[in-house]
Design a protein around this ligand. Structure first.
Ligand code: GDP
Ligand code: CA
Length: 480
């Protein structure tokens, strides 16, 4: 089981985590540590915007259009509150969403911690991940104004949500202040979730007022530095702009450029006392990769637009992949002089995820398996070039975790009828004759999964079917 811990804000963190869960599958053990710096009291209710966005998004109750709140809500209650001249006219809450705040507030007033209230709310939403507030104490992000605005004076602190929603982050500001931080400790389970994870992810959340706020809670930054897990971040900045929202306004307050490179360097390399082992940037930000790597951060340029769940799951897969590659010291190689640049390796997938892949990967790792066979049709449908001798590939397991680097030692394309006994035995699956080998492979090639993969419902091999015989050796194992 893979244990992954995510440090999330609202929309960006929630959408990423939804893709991550899709990628990892039902066995994954995911904890989301959620920013509560945007929380506030409003109309007598405790509002936790980021916790609710994550809970609704993962629980299937989010308004996809807004990115927060519930779909098909009326604003009747908010309108009634406004008619009394109360509340914030620029911060209206939907009627369905209000039910969540009422229940939460009731629990808090009854003595429950925010952690306990969150757990209670999640019993209904079943988000598929453990949601932890960063702290049970109330820590609220406030913004110090640089100029007068309406009833506010320069130098005054206003709640982040007022600066963000009422003023659209356009008021000049000098700093963010976490009110209540002095008395705050990380919520139960938070530090443990970072220390015991296999992988920690900084999703594409606002680096200043989402991730930055979580990092300000005592103990969290130190836990990230010390965890044996890899810490991988995904840039919330693409091509110099904050994809959705106004993160650029927050970055400029703390003096960081709105670029994927600057944000990566702002978090810093873990080897240099920073937080990151790896950092994904969008493909349009590929020029940022060499300077990031020079700074000690394993970087990769891949598409980072979370357009839908499958696209987001692919981003998560890249994050998992980079985790195993970063830094190079993670690789245990039998050859100390081996020079590898695993970030650029193509992926080798044996069979389909499941028991067969698990067997094949295990045989590969024990050294029993040194050959593999594919039909030429598989390469064609995947649009993949044939392996070349000396070429290296990253082997992934059924959870798409990288487990080894292999090097191709030989490639032949032959008629199926011409496969020889040595090749069949070296498949490492216990075959003692070519006939046995062929029967085993025909069962796989004629399976529904393969026929669907090839888009040929009646795909059938014959003696004349061209097959690609590859011989390989494991040159590096990746630590789990
Ligand atoms: P908030 O609390 O609702 O503001 O949400 P987060 O802090 O979790 O995330 C907001 C940030 O997500 C935005 O500032 C964007 O920079 C980032 N973001 C939103 N959509 C995307 C996307 O499709 N791709 C990437 N890479 N970043 C995104
Ligand atoms: Ca937020």
């Amino acid at each position: 089981m893979t244990r992954v811990t995510v440090l999330a804000g609202g929309v960006g963190g929630a959408r990423f985590t939804r893709g991550l869960l899709q990628h990892l599958g039902p066995d994954a053990d995911v904890t989301v540590i959620v920013n509560t710096g945007d929380d506030m009291w409003l109309d007598g209710l405790r509002i936790c915007p980021d916790l609710d966005t994550v809970m609704y998004t993962l629980g299937g109750g989010i308004s996809e259009e807004q990115g927060w709140g519930r779909p098909d809500e009326s604003r009747r209650t908010s309108a009634e509150i406004a008619a009394y001249g109360r509340g914030w006219s620029w911060f209206t809450l939907g009627d369905l969403d209000l039910a969540t705040h009422i229940v939460r507030t009731d629990l808090l007033r009854g003595g429950a911690t925010l952690s306990a209230a969150t757990e209670f709310l999640c019993r209904r939403w079943q988000p598929g991940a453990r949601l932890l507030p960063m702290s049970d104490q109330f820590v609220e992000t406030h913004v110090r104004l640089a100029a007068d605005a309406d009833e506010h004076r320069a130098g005054e602190l206003i709640h982040f949500e007022e600066w963000w929603v009422r003023y659209r982050a356009k008021l000049p500001a000098t700093e963010f202040v976490q009110v209540g931080l002095a008395d705050a400790v990380a919520a139960p389970g938070v530090l443990e979730a970072i220390r015991s994870a296999d992988l920690v992810i900084l999703p594409p959340s606002n680096p200043v007022v989402s991730v930055g706020t979580i990092l300000s809670v005592p103990g969290i930054r130190a836990a990230l530095r010390d965890t044996p897990a890899r810490v991988i971040g995904i840039s919330p900045i693409i091509a110099g702009s904050a994809v959705r929202g106004m993160a650029d306004a927050c970055l400029s307050v703390i003096g960081v450029d709105t670029t994927a490179l600057a944000v990566g360097l702002h978090y810093g390399a873990r080897s240099e006392g920073g937080l990151l082992d790896g950092w994904l940037v969008d493909e349009t930000d590929a020029p940022a990769v060499p300077p990031l790597e020079a700074a000690g951060i394993r970087a990769r340029a891949v598409p980072l637009w979370m357009t839908d769940v499958p696209a987001t799951a692919r981003i998560a897969a890249e994050a998992v992949c980079v985790a195993a590659l970063a830094p190079i010291g993670l690789l245990h190689t039998p050859d100390p002089d081996l020079e590898l640049d695993p970030a650029t390796l193509p992926i080798a997938e044996f069979a389909f995820p499941g028991p067969l892949r698990d067997r094949l990967v295990a045989a590969l790792l024990t050294g029993a398996k040194t050959t593999t066979t594919s039909t030429l049709a598989e390469y064609r449908v995947e649009g993949e070039p044939l392996p070349v001798v000396g070429g290296r590939q990253l082997v992934v397991d059924s959870q798409n975790r990288p487990v080894a680097v292999i090097e191709t030692a030989g490639v032949r394309v032959v008629r199926l009828a011409n496969v020889d006994l040595d090749h069949a035995i070296d498949e490492g699956e216990g075959y003692r004759s070519v006939a046995e080998w062929r029967a085993g492979h025909e069962a796989f090639w004629h399976s529904d999964a393969m026929r669907e993969h090839l888009g040929q419902p009646s795909f059938t091999v014959t003696d004349d079917t061209p097959v690609v015989l590859e011989r390989m050796r494991v040159i590096a194992r990746l630590h789990p």
